[in-house]
Design a protein around this ligand. Structure first.
Ligand SMILES: [Ca+2]
Length: 735
């Protein structure tokens, strides 16, 4: 146990009650100093000595009870104050490599999506002697999974370099290197230099990339189809009922090619400084593909001297010893002492769930405090069906009452999940968390970043980054109510980026607001599966790749029907409206899908911008076998810009109807409305009616998108109209 011990007025710090002897005190001090050493290692990857560091160790006497001296010294170490690194002598700052958001000019997405303080620069806009990949949206290709649908491939000895747009002390590199010949991934070096010096090396990995085959996917590039008894789109057949048995090339359906890695640069560089990423001549990776680089100025580590410091309870910040029990002890103490738990900078090994209830856990910031685990195979399956466990912070199960008043902030969770097993609870955050908050985490290499199993109420998720997941980014599953997901950045999920899944019990009163979701390699950017009174607002969704689109409102997966009002307001999507590989038709950037029930809730789609749609902007569809069972009604589109469609603005393949007001379109590649209704093609027209409420202007090669001749229900059904690639999106004239 630990106590609040006044060390020296006016400072009070927590020290362990068990520290009673000089020997124990010395041991404690050594552990603290060891942490300091780790912090140093974190911060001094540059060659500059840390002469400026003048701080006392954690937990020792500080001049004042504030965190200023220590924070200030970290600031100095990081170069926040006067220690800005010098640029090339006599050189004026170079023009910065173009800064983008989701590969778009930021002015096109102002006020939408997340702002987490980093600047995105696409490799395809940078200086390189490598090969720029031709843009493509074809699934199973490096280009399609890249941000902006392009990247740069380096051979050994080649480079790509980015001119910083603003001062930065940290970068994130999104990259892909090949798999091992038999699967399982490889590691390979990437050299990083600034202005031709300050060389350092990153170790890239493909151990968390490269999935193959059919759901739930495989790490084996040589395997034949996992489900020869399933209808398979590549042959348009059921393989094991087909003679001769079709043979599929290998690797079969390779995907999930990319990974990202973060690097603290150890000092602050200036706008105009040039960061070069090089595939060294001797690299074992035949190709190193760089998609983009994010750069930012990371704040100094946060310090909380009044909290229960996990080091006092035996946690090992070097990552060598397992720290799970120590963190448990700190939580137990914090719970009884009514103080937060603090996890200082370092890497902490945790290979199981940390159960949280009525506790606040804060790290020093997600660049400094890393909770990292390896996947563990259980000797026998857990009651929940898991056959593995791994690092994660879990509320209690809803059936046990769930957890309440949990507040997690400022740390990273680095998992070790390489395969999708849907019964495994190997998520970054899990369980039921009511009246709780999750803020400022970085979650990487888990199955799902945050998988919440309700019923539960009032969770706020803000300012988190979730990357390189095997499945979803965040999923509100079953009876999650009154909860908000705001200002989060989600990239490279293996399933939906953000989802509300009302399986059996409705999610209601929830909001996804101001999030950015990029490159989900499967499924949708943002998906609502059933539920009531839901809001999806001011999000930015880019580059969905297959079997999904940017926004889906879907009655499927055993979800309860939609109810109340569903608001989809002021979102921007780009390069969505993908090709559906099973149906072999193009989708819409927003995809409303009645598969298991009719959709008759009040759905308001207002203020959204659908940009550079590969196929359609808007699709309403019921699957063919249920087209006479379910319809889509009470959907209303207003104040929308559609800039570029490969095919139509609206594709209707269901019974029902929708209203349109001030839906302005340009660069439309096919007939404005592709109306099939429910495929009876009677003289009365399509079973889907469009209502023109005025202001629906613009169009493309075929004239106005919503021409009077199309109303209310003219059949214009065409499964596969020619695709006209639209021009790049541009600013919409004012007014
Ligand atoms: Ca890119």
């Amino acid at each position: 146990m630990a106590c609040l011990v006044p060390v020296q007025a006016p400072v009070t710090v927590l020290t362990p009650c068990t520290v009673r002897t000089a020997q124990e005190a010395t041991q404690f001090a050594q552990e603290i100093l060891q942490t300091e050493k780790i912090i140093d290692d974190l911060l001094k990857s540059s060659h500059r000595p840390l002469a400026s560091r003048t701080t006392a160790p954690y937990g020792s006497v500080m001049p004042t009870p504030t965190t200023k001296p220590l924070a200030a010294s970290f600031a100095a170490v990081l170069g926040f104050s006067t220690l800005i690194a010098a640029g090339p002598a006599g050189a004026s700052p170079a023009a910065a490599t173009k800064v983008t958001r989701a590969a778009l000019d930021p002015s096109l997405v102002a006020g939408r999506g997340a702002d987490l303080g980093f600047a995105e620069q696409e490799a395809e806009n940078a200086v390189t002697d490598g090969t720029v990949l031709a843009p493509s949206t074809d699934a199973y290709s490096l280009a399609a999974e890249a941000s902006g649908r392009s990247a740069v491939t380096l051979k050994p000895g080649q480079y790509v370099e980015f001119t910083l747009p603003a001062a930065a002390n940290a970068i994130t590199v999104r990259y892909s290197i090949p798999d091992a010949p038999a699967g399982g991934g490889v590691t390979a070096p990437l050299e990083v230099s600034v202005n031709g010096h300050d060389h350092r090396s990153m170790t890239l990995t493909s151990q968390y990339a490269w999935l193959y085959n059919e759901y739930p996917f495989s790490n084996d590039p040589a395997a034949g189809p996992l489900h020869p008894d399933w209808w398979t789109t590549e042959c348009g057949c059921v393989p094991d009922q087909t003679t001769p048995t079709p043979v599929f090339g290998t690797p079969f359906r390779p995907n999930h090619f990319y990974d990202e890695q973060r690097l603290l640069l150890g000092r602050t560089y200036r706008a105009g400084d040039v960061i070069r990423l090089s595939a060294p001549a001797g690299t074992n990776a035949a190709t190193t593909t760089i998609d983009l680089m994010d750069s930012q100025l990371v704040a100094p580590p946060k310090i909380d001297l009044r909290a229960a410091n996990v080091l006092l309870f035996g946690a090992d910040p070097t990552g060598r010893r397992d720290s799970a029990q120590a963190i448990d002890r700190a939580i137990a103490f914090a719970h009884s002492a009514h103080v937060p738990v603090y996890i200082p900078p370092g890497t902490y090994q945790v290979n199981r769930h940390i159960i949280v209830d009525d506790v606040t856990i804060e790290g020093a910031g997600n660049w400094y405090t890393v909770i990292k685990g390896h996947q563990v195979t259980l000797s026998s399956p857990a009651p929940d069906g898991s056959v593995h466990t791994g690092v994660g912070f879990y509320g209690k199960d809803a059936s046990a009452g769930g957890s309440h008043n949990v507040h997690l902030s400022g740390f990273a969770i680095e998992g070790d999940v390489r395969m999708r097993i849907d019964t495994d609870q190997v998520n970054g955050i899990g369980g039921a968390l009511s009246d709780s908050s999750i803020e400022g985490l970085y979650i990487h290499h888990t199955k799902v970043g945050m998988w919440l199993d309700g019923p539960m109420n009032n969770l706020t998720i803000t300012g988190n980054q979730i990357a390189d997941q095997i499945a979803d980014g965040i999923n509100f599953h079953t009876g999650v109510t009154g909860s908000v997901v705001r200002n989060n950045f989600i990239r490279n999920t293996g399933d939906d980026g953000l989802a509300m899944w009302s399986e059996k019990t409705a999610d209601s009163g929830d909001t996804f607001d101001h999030n950015t979701v990029q490159t989900p390699v499967l499924a949708n950017g943002i998906a609502l599966y059933g539920g009531s009174d839901l809001t999806v607002s001011d999000n930015l969704v880019a580059d969905p790749i297959r079997e999904g689109s940017a926004l889906q409102i879907g009655s499927r997966f055993g979800a309860v029907p939609f109810g109340g009002t569903v608001n989809v307001a002021d979102n921007t999507t780009v390069r969505a409206g993908t090709f559906e590989l099973n149906w072999k038709i193009g989708l819409g950037a927003i995809w409303i899908y009645a598969l298991e029930h009719s959709i008759d809730a009040n759905i308001q789609v207002t203020g959204d911008n659908f940009l550079d749609n590969t196929y359609n902007a808007i699709m309403m569809v019921s699957d063919f076998p249920v087209k006479d069972l379910y319809s889509i009604t009470d959907v209303h589109f207003a104040n929308i810009h559609v800039d570029g469609t490969g095919t139509s603005v609206v594709s209707a393949r269901a019974a029902g109807g929708a209203t349109f007001q001030n839906v302005q379109a340009r660069n439309v590649g096919a007939v404005g409305v592709n109306n099939c209704g429910s495929f009876h093609f009677t003289p009365a027209g399509s079973e889907f009616a469009l209502t023109d409420l005025g202001g629906n202007t613009g169009g493309g090669t075929t004239g106005p998108w919503l021409a009077s001749w199309e109303l209310p229900n003219t059949i214009t059904c065409d499964d596969r109209p020619a695709v006209v690639a639209p021009p790049a999106p541009s600013a919409w004239p004012a007014g």
